[in-house]
Ligand binder design. Sequence first.
Ligand SMILES: Nc1nc2c(ncn2[C@@H]2O[C@H](COP(=O)(O)OP(=O)(O)OP(=O)(O)O)[C@@H](O)[C@H]2O)c(=O)[nH]1
Ligand SMILES: [Mg+2]
Length: 278
Amino acid sequence: MAINWYPGHMVKAKREIQQNIKLVDIVAILLDARAPFSCRNQDLENISSRKKMLFVLNKMDLADPKTTDQYLTRLRRHGITAAAMDSTSGKGLNEVLKALKALYEPQAQMLQSKGRRVRPMRVMVVGVPNIGKSTFLNCLVGKKMAVTGAKPGITRGKQWVRVREDIELMDTPGLMWPKVENEEQGLKLALLGIVGENAYQEEEVALYLLEVLKARFPDTLRDTLKIQDGDRTAIELLEQIARQRGHLLKGGQLDLGKTCAALLQDFRKGRLGRLSLD
Ligand SMILES: Nc1nc2c(ncn2[C@@H]2O[C@H](COP(=O)(O)OP(=O)(O)OP(=O)(O)O)[C@@H](O)[C@H]2O)c(=O)[nH]1
Ligand SMILES: [Mg+2]
C-alpha cells in the first residue's frame, strides 16, 4: 500500500523544525519500538544530522522485550545512540536521561572550560505522527504540558517547555514522508496508527495483520483470538472472527468493516500481546 498523506500543517511543521534546529543541542528522534526501522524518516534525519541525535524506541511496553533489545543492539552497531522507553509509565526514563546527559557532556565541559555558565541542554523531539512525542515530553516534565491523543496529527505547532533545571524540550508536530512507496512499510505505519485514517483502507491493513499473525505469531491466533488457522486465508480468518464476535449487519451478513476496525484497535492497544513487526 503506497501512502500519500502529507496534510498542510506538516509542510509548515517541517519548515519550523528546519528553522529551529540551530537553536538546539540534541534531537530526540522517537521511533515505535514495535517497528523502529519502518518509522525512520530520512527527511527528519537529514535535517537533524548536524546535531547530536538520540533515538528513542518509545512504546516499549507494547513491543516484545527481546526483540527491542535486538533492535537497540542493531542501531548501536551503526554508531547510533539509542534507548527504549514507555512514556506512559516512565519506564526507561533514567536511561534516556543518562543518554541525553552523555551527549551534552562535551558541550557542557567546553562551556565550563571557557568560564561560561552551563545552560540547560535544548532538546527537540521529532518523529512521525502518533509516536508519543507529546507523551514523552509530559513524562519528562512529570506533568501534562502538551496535548496528546490516540490519533495522528494532534500537535499542530512547535512548543518549548522547561523540563527540569538542566533540560529544555521542544515538542513538534509529527512529520510523514511526502510519499511512502514501500508497500509493507505503508501497511506497518497504518497498522501502528501513524497514518491518518482517511489515507488507507482498514480492510487492507487488517488483512495484513492477519497475514503477519499467520506467518509469525500463530500462538496469538490460537490463544488470544481463539481461532484455528487450519491453513485458511486471511479473509477466511477475518470472517471467522466476525462470526465469533457476532459482528453482523441488519440483514444478518457479516459486518467485516466492524471486525477490521476492532482488530486494528486490539493491535494498537496491545490486546494481542507484545508483537514486534520489523
Ligand atoms: N502504550 C503506550 N502508549 C503510548 C506511549 N507513548 C504515547 N502513547 C500513546 O500514543 C498516543 C499518541 O501520543 P502523543 O503523545 O499524542 O503522540 P504525538 O507523537 O505527540 O502525536 P502527534 O502530535 O499527533 O504527532 C496516545 O494515545 C498516547 O497515550 C507509550 O510509551 N506506551
Ligand atoms: Mg504531539
